[in-house]
Design a protein around this ligand. Sequence first.
Ligand SMILES: [Zn+2]
Ligand SMILES: [Zn+2]
Length: 275
Amino acid sequence: MASDLHTHTIFSDGSFSPEELVAEAKKVGLNYLAVTDHDTVDGVKYLYENGLYSDKSIKLITGIEFSALNSEHDIHIIGYDIDIYDGGLSEMVNDIAESRWERFSKIIENLQKEKFNIRETDVLKTAGDSKSIGRFHIAKTLVKMGAFKTVREVFDKMLSKGRPAYAPRYFPEINEIVEVIHNAGGKAILAHPLLVGDDELVEKICQKVDGLEIFYPCHKAQDVQRYKIMAVKYNLVTTGGSDFHGVTSRFVNALGEFTVSDEIAKQFYRSGDDR
Ligand SMILES: [Zn+2]
Ligand SMILES: [Zn+2]
């Protein structure tokens, strides 16, 4: 049997609603599912508060994926088995959301200066239920408007760092993220270490977190082996997941295409959980 510990919904940049994701997970026979939206637990909350997972056929693990402050590398830290109502966690989530909104307005302003006829409301329509408004939604809107061919092109020409419409936002430090996750009762995992792009940095981060996501769609056998050795060296738990985003997924086309063993998932699951 199989599980997936890394998935996104429309509450961040995925294309499936939480209930669609859970339905799909059941359909493809997953036993454990962790929803790990960027900077929000609203998708997880939605499932719990609407009783949408609580049958025996699927076990839900609470999760979130934070991006840490770093000028050169993408450092993503996942929190598992977190109390989604924890005060410190909510505070960090709110600070990030606020700064995302500020950045959002700034980018739209910048794009208007670059003579793009785009308004905030256009992007909000694209973003739908997402509370974690991002550059992705802006890019998608510009593609929909026919201004660019692909989301990638919008980033390369307009939205990436150093490009005309770029605006910065607040990123918490690795230590702050780990502390918030621990205080919320969870475990902090360094996501997709290969995408960090610097193994020396990965090794430094290994000394601050509880686990390493060694199983990931773009990790080749030798990457898994190398990170497994690192995990042993720093006494870390090993995890994995598909990073499923629905139709916008980067590495997998379908849920269930890339899975991990239930043994890996089980360690983050609390039975009889009524959060
Ligand atoms: Zn990530
Ligand atoms: Zn992700």
